[in-house]
Design a protein. Structure first.
Length: 759
């Protein structure tokens, strides 16, 4: 079905021998718009979101300032393709039929209600695999058509190549490239291909769950194991690890042939993917589960598991809706481990999607950059001009700092709700090292009269999927790179460093401290300060690269580390990291300061009143009031629904253990006395919000999921603390001009209103 549209897509943008990328870019922006709607509609509106998507994609592909970036033109002209149709405004169809081109966005808005893709095209988009292939194909068309038009940055240091005809190529580079989609050779991205690959052991990391699962299946209990998670989470690799232990093969040794859909060993069976089973044998499988003839490890996704259990509910003597609820509860636990009882059958359930996988990803990266992988390059003359070896050498010279900073960025993403799978991590990390380059690509660079800049292939640029000034079209579809772009890393300026880097003299006094990059760092600073002008690279691009180099490579002293928090848009992430590494207890001063700031934000949320930072409350009570959720309206007098002393809340740093045995420490508010058992976990997004409010950043907003937690906490406090309220009178709090609260009781006595101040 996809092939039908490929030739149509390839022709987009060509006018004789001239190619313009605008139609392809508009199509990509349209796919983003449909994806936001979950592909539930075929309509694409010429909205501000569409314009922003078009502009972002277009600017990432072109540095030519003369190249027009007007989205209305391709939005209109795509109607000449088979899959794109324009829907006119009411009464404008006849006028639209007569128009052959569109002059402005306003003219388009007057005539066109929206665009609509064909039903066949929408069906392709609903299929995740076909959609990904379509996006890759569009990008490949862009890459192929734009290559002759890409301009190179001038005047920076370029790669130098020794005169050598050596055809040597490190096989590990090819293996890393096979793990990523850059270049289209990601044949080893799936676990099935890794099982028999001898190179797999060079990056394989033992999963901590493997021992737990092996011991459970080998132990005396009659429990089966269900292993679930997202595609790419490493379920099949984990099952392979357990399988090797049962058959006595070392974890680093490849199999002679791939695992079967079902592997039987004495007393134990492993389904490496339950969706690959023979459905005709379901009754036999269920009988084995119920009668506990064997112990099973079932690797499955949620849908397949639910279908198996619900379609055979008679085996478990329960209603379908009850069975579904039990399964969903078991896979939804915070720790990633649950228990599932279906009749007499007991399962231990592990959901990899609920587990923190950053530790595993870090170990994989450390194995990728292990000097043993690169020993074959030592003594080769070609290493002097190899951008991959230069990259590895730079990382290894600064390994502890570099790896820590890379995974701090990933941590920020994870804490704010972006969880990458192991497959997505591996793809991104491999790309950061190789940029998708093979020996033939490097050989071509050597023969090219205009060789690439040294910084173009370095990891601190490739982390973002670009070369410092232009996006890598091959890498753009990577999930990790798309998510990195959404974080806005480096967009929040750090005034002290901005002044130090740009507003003083061009800065020969600043020592970057990384010898291999010092020359380019200083040139980028000069360009970023607008002292020099280099064709193809704007001062904005130069400044962005300088910030990247500082973040990933510079050795900040303790007083300078605010730059890291600003760069990551997370002022409390470094403190959270320290809680994990060094000290699991809060100091008295640290605890007092945090309590003051948290109390301030909670009081604002509970009352709907903006309180200036530094305002003091003598009574230190937390009020839940009847208020409107409109901070722009001054609500100086409010009815009190509940109140508690702040002493009834304790702030503690508490450890939580995951299913794999790892412990993380988070701040918790624990209720005491009347609100005993009413607790609130304070994760990084909330703590960041608290700190940013403290620094006066009023535009900061909490994630909707965290607002729901706060509202739930507020409701629990109100329910507990209001139980002892006096029903004969009401209390009001008034916000005084000094931003403290005045409490007053109102009561009716003998038809008279009595008002008294509460001490």
């Amino acid at each position: 079905m996809l092939d039908k549209f490929k030739s149509e897509i390839r022709k987009l943008g060509w006018q004789g021998e001239l190619y313009k990328p605008h139609k392809h870019v508009a199509l990509l922006a349209g796919l983003k718009a449909l994806e936001r709607e979950g592909f539930l509609t075929s309509r694409i509106y010429f909205s501000q979101l569409f314009k922003d998507d078009f502009s972002n994609i277009f600017q990432s592909l072109s540095n030519n300032a003369g190249n027009s970036c007007r989205p209305h033109t391709p939005f209109f002209h795509l109607h000449t393709s088979l899959f794109w149709k324009l829907i006119s405004k009411e009464g404008k169809q006849e006028e639209l039929d007569k128009v052959t081109t569109i002059g402005s966005a306003g003219a388009l808005d007057e005539l066109v209600e929206c665009a609509e893709v064909s039903d066949e095209f929408l069906e392709i988009l609903k299929n995740g695999e076909l959609k990904d292939k379509l996006v890759l194909y569009i990008y490949s068309c862009l890459r192929e058509n734009m290559k002759p038009q890409i301009s190179m940055t001038e005047s920076f240091e370029r790669m130098s190549f020794p005169s050598s005809d050596s055809s040597f190529s490190n096989p590990f580079v090819s293996y890393l490239n096979s793990l990523q989609r850059s270049g289209g050779c990601n044949e080893n991205a799936l676990a099935e291909s890794q099982a028999c690959n001898p190179q797999f052991s060079s990056i394989h990391v033992e999963h901590p769950l493997a021992n737990i699962i092996f011991d459970e299946l080998s132990g005396p209990d009659d429990k089966h194991i269900i292993l679930t998670g997202h595609a790419g989470d490493g379920k099949s690799t984990l099952a392979l690890q357990v399988f090797k232990r049962f058959i006595g093969i070392a974890s680093g040794s490849p199999l002679k042939k791939p695992m079967n859909a079902r592997e039987d060993m004495p007393g134990v069976s492993i389904f490496k993917d339950l969706s690959e089973r023979n459905n005709d044998q379901d009754q036999d499988l269920l009988n084995e589960l119920v009668h506990k003839q064997r112990r099973f490890l079932l690797v499955t996704n949620t849908g397949t598991l639910l279908d198996l259990i619900k379609n055979n509910s008679n085996h478990f003597h329960d209603e379908k809706i009850t069975l579904e609820s039990k399964v969903l509860d078991a896979i939804s636990t915070e720790t990633g481990e649950g228990k599932l009882s279906l009749g007499s059958v007991e399962f231990r359930v592990f959901n990899l999607a609920r587990m923190d996988n950053l530790g595993l990803a870090r170990q994989i990266f450390e194995k990728m950059i292990n000097p043993e992988r690169w020993e074959v390059c030592q003594g080769r003359s070609c290493k002097e001009g190899c951008p991959i070896y230069f990259n590895i050498d730079l990382i290894l010279q600064n390994q502890q700092r570099t790896v820590e900073r890379i995974f701090l960025a990933y941590r920020r993403m994870y804490e704010y709700g972006t969880r990458l799978t192991i497959r997505q991590f591996t793809e991104h990390l491999a790309y950061m090292i190789t940029s998708g380059l093979e020996y033939a690509d490097i050989k071509m660079m050597q023969q090219n009269s205009q060789r690439p800049l040294v910084v173009e292939h370095l990891f601190f640029n490739r982390f973002f999927g670009d070369n410092g000034h232009s996006a890598d079209i091959d890498a753009s579809p990577m999930k990790a790179i798309q998510e990195v772009a959404r974080q806005g890393f480096g967009e929040r300026p750090c005034p002290m460093w901005e002044h130090r880097l740009w507003l003083r003299s061009s800065g020969k006094t600043f020592d970057f401290g990384v010898e291999s990059c010092k020359v380019d760092f200083n040139k980028l600073r000069e360009h970023g300060a607008r002292e020099n002008s280099y064709l193809g690279m704007t001062p904005e691009h130069a400044r962005e690269q300088v910030r990247r180099m500082l973040y990933f490579l510079y050795d900040f002293n303790k007083e300078e580390q605010t730059f890291l928090g600003q760069y990551l848009n997370s002022p409390t992430l470094l403190k959270w990291r320290d809680w994990q590494l060094y000290d699991n207890q809060l100091g008295f001063q640290e605890k007092t300061i945090l309590e003051q700031k948290i109390y301030h934000v909670l009081q604002e949320h509970f009352t709907g009143i903006r309180l200036p930072e530094g305002s003091t409350q003598n009574d230190r009570r937390l009020y839940v009031t009847l208020s409107r959720r409109r901070t722009e309206v001054r609500q100086s007098a409010q009815v009190v629904l509940a109140q508690i002393d702040w002493d009834s809340i304790e702030l503690r740093l508490n450890g939580f253990e995951s299913a794999s045995g790892e412990t993380r420490y988070d701040l918790m508010l624990y209720g005491k006395d009347r609100i005993d058992g009413v607790d609130l976990m304070l994760k990084i997004p909330f703590l960041d919000y608290v700190m940013m409010r403290h620094f006066g950043e009023l535009g900061e907003v909490l994630q909707s999921s965290y607002l729901e937690r706060l509202d739930r906490f507020k409701a629990q406090v109100q329910k507990r603390a209001a139980s002892g309220a006096d029903s004969d009178r009401i209390m009001l709090v008034r916000l005084k001009t000094d931003h403290t609260f005045r409490r007053q009781h109102y009561a009716v006595n003998n038809n008279r209103l009595e008002v008294t101040d509460v001490l």
